[in-house]
Design a binder for this molecule. Structure first.
Ligand code: T3D
Length: 269
């Protein structure tokens, strides 16, 4: 039997995934990354799920790669002629499929950052659609401190979220950024007092789950693509996506509910 490193719970249409290696601040192993990707895939395939929340157990959210994992730890002993491990292989095999899966979810994804988020753990959170962090949490682009470069989407996400100057400051210095400051510079959606994190995220998740999650997933796709497009091409992409949205049951329901002055009941995915 494999050890379970991800806890799954569901409340209504909201699936919560909790990273579970609390003693090591939820540092990720390859097994954990596979389990997390499979948990997202299961949520994507389950029509009862309309929002996913990702959080961590214990005092940390996730501190990125477990640096003690034999798959990534290079030999230290002088004279040890074991071949060097190829981290690019680990990134391509485990982090890339996970980051892609999260970014392509058919429903909105919220990161509930309960504590420190470092390295790939920080970028895993930032790749989610909305990031809500407890006031005591912080974000650390820890890569440069150990001679690595940002991964799990960091090089793409950071400049888009906060601009090149701040992105490079965060990545080159690797200093702790408080959740409050992360909210101020627009890196995350919101920072809340620790005691309010669970309720705030729960209310936000239930609200998203009641909306047109299909339109939300399409909106994320449009915004991600738009960064590489000129204005006119982005307009064309919007028209194509709106064409599809206009054929959806959600649009029929949303417009009918508006005209009838009642709350809509969205069911598409
Ligand atoms: O390798 C590849 O495949 C490439 C992919 C790379 C992706 C990456 O994520 S690289 C970045 C890896 N992460 C880090 O470099 C962060 C390292 N951790 C820290 O700098 C500190 O732990 C924190 C600043 C995040 C938190 O500090 P603090 O004082 O609150 O906690 P702590 O005492 O340092 O950590 C608690 C325990 O977790 C401790 O273990 P112990 O002494 O109680 O047995 C510590 O060693 C362990 N821990 C923390 N981070 C990691 C870790 N163990 C393994 N790997 C970690 N990344």
């Amino acid at each position: 039997m494999h050890e379970s490193l991800i806890e799954h719970t569901q409340e209504g249409a909201v699936r919560a995934l909790r990273l579970f290696r609390p003693a090591l601040l939820n540092a990720t192993t390859c097994a954990m990354l596979v389990q997390l990707r499979e948990a997202f895939e299961a949520a994507a395939a389950d029509a009862s799920v309309r929002c996913v929340v990702l959080t961590g157990a214990g005092r940390g959210f996730c501190v990125g790669q477990d640096l003690n994992d034999p798959l990534v730890r290079q030999a230290e002993a002088a004279g040890d002629d074991a071949p060097l491990k190829d981290l690019g292989h680990v990134v391509a095999q485990y982090y890339v499929p996970l980051a892609r899966t999260v970014r392509a979810m058919p429903v909105p994804v919220i990161a509930a950052v309960n504590g420190v988020a470092a390295g790939a753990g920080a970028n895993l959170a930032l790749g989610c659609d909305l990031v809500v962090a407890a006031e005591s949490a912080n974000f650390i682009q820890a890569f440069a401190k150990i001679g690595l470069v940002p991964d799990c989407g960091g090089s793409w996400l950071l400049p888009r979220l906060v601009g090149r100057a701040k992105a490079l400051e965060l990545a080159l210095l690797g200093d702790k950024l408080s959740a409050r400051e992360a909210e101020r510079i627009g890196l995350i959606h919101r920072c809340v007092p620790d005691a309010e994190l669970t309720d705030t995220v729960s209310q936000l998740a239930q609200r998203l789950a009641q909306g047109s999650v299909r339109a939300m997933a399409e909106t994320r796709k449009l915004m991600d693509a738009a960064g590489l497009l000129d204005f006119n091409t982005a307009l064309v992409a919007e028209a194509a996506a709106q064409s599809q949205a206009g054929f959806s049951a959600d649009y029929a329901e949303g417009a009918a509910a508006f005209m009838a002055k009642r709350a809509p009941r969205f069911e598409d995915r």
